[in-house]
Design a protein around this ligand. Structure first.
Ligand code: GLU
Length: 255
C-alpha cells in the first residue's frame, strides 16, 4: 500500500462560490482508481470551508478580516464541503471520514496519537480521510493558518509515501511564466535553497491563502520527514494517475 496525501486548495475546489462538482467527481473517480488499481491509500487535505461559507452568507466582496466572521463562515461552509465529498465519493463506492485538527492536536502528544490512530483505523477500513483545519476553534496561537502546512504535517503523521499539492499552476518555473514565454518548468528540485525560494516567489505564484511560499515550506516539512512533495496543476485530477505512470508533470521536491 502506498499512502498519498492530496492537498486541494480553495482555488482548485471552489468555482463561483460553489464547490466545483465536476472537479470533485473527477477527483473521486481518480481516488477510486488509485485505490483499486495501484493499491494507494489517499488522504485528502481540503480547504474551501471559508470560501463556501462566505458565499452562503452573501459576502461576495473582499474577504472579511475579523476572525469570528471567518470562523462563522468556516462553520457553515465545512458542512456543505463535506456533504459534497461524502455524496460524490459514495457514487464511486468510497466512504469518507472528516477530521478537523489544529496545531494543538499535533502539538500535544496525547491528541497527536489519537489523531494518528483514528487516521490509521480509517485507512484500515478503506475510508478516505478528508482533513481540514478546525477553523472554528483555532485562535492565532494554535492555527496552522494555511492548509499547505497542514498537508505536510498530515503527511508526516501518516508516514506518507508522497505529498501531492494540487493548485492553479502546473509546477515551479525558473521565472514568471506569465511575463516570460521562455520560462521553463522545473521537473525536479533536489534541494530547497534561497535561489529556489526566490525563483518560486517570482514565478506567477499560485492563488489561495498561501501562494507558492507556503507550498515550498510544506515541501521542506515533508522533506524533513523523508517524503517527496509534488506541486501539480489541479485542473485535471487525472494528473494524480499520471504521476504514478511516471509522466513528467509538475515539480517534485526531493526529500
Ligand atoms: N482552512 C481554510 C478553509 O477551509 C483554508 C486554509 C487554506 O486554504 O490554506 O477555508
Amino acid at each position: 500500500m502506498r499512502r498519498v496525501v492530496i492537498k486541494i486548495g480553495s482555488s482548485t475546489l471552489v468555482r463561483d462560490g460553489k464547490v466545483d462538482a465536476v472537479f470533485v467527481g473527477h477527483l473521486a473517480a481518480e481516488c477510486a482508481n488509485l485505490m483499486h488499481d495501484e493499491d494507494v491509500q489517499p488522504i485528502i487535505v481540503s480547504s474551501g470551508s471559508i470560501a463556501l461559507g462566505l458565499e452562503v452568507l452573501g459576502m461576495h466582496g473582499d474577504r472579511p478580516d475579523d476572525m469570528p466572521t471567518l470562523q462563522a463562515a468556516a462553520s457553515i461552509g465545512q458542512v456543505g464541503l463535506i456533504r459534497q465529498y461524502t455524496d460524490t465519493f459514495a457514487c464511486f463506492g468510497v466512504t469518507v471520514g472528516q477530521i478537523l485538527m489544529t496545531r494543538a492536536t499535533t502539538g500535544q502528544r496525547e491528541s497527536y496519537l489519537h489523531a494518528r490512530d483514528t487516521i490509521e483505523r480509517l485507512l484500515e477500513l478503506g475510508v478516505v480521510p478528508i482533513i481540514n483545519e478546525n477553523d472554528t476553534v483555532a485562535v492565532e496561537e494554535i492555527r496552522f493558518g494555511d492548509n499547505d502546512t497542514l498537508s505536510a504535517i498530515v503527511a508526516s503523521i501518516v508516514n506518507a509515501d508522497v505529498l501531492m499539492i494540487l493548485t492553479d499552476i502546473d509546477g515551479v518555473y525558473d521565472k514568471n511564466p506569465k511575463a516570460y514565454p521562455d520560462a521553463k518548468r522545473l521537473s525536479v528540485i533536489e534541494k530547497i535553497d534561497d535561489e529556489v525560494r526566490a525563483m518560486a516567489g517570482g514565478a506567477g505564484s499560485a492563488r489561495g491563502t498561501g501562494g507558492m511560499a507556503t507550498k515550498i515550506r510544506a515541501a521542506e516539512i515533508a522533506g524533513r520527514a523523508n517524503i517527496p512533495a509534488y506541486i501539480l496543476s489541479g485542473e485535471d485530477p487525472e494528473n494524480l494517475y499520471r504521476i504514478f505512470d511516471g509522466e513528467d508533470i509538475g515539480t517534485v521536491f526531493m526529500p
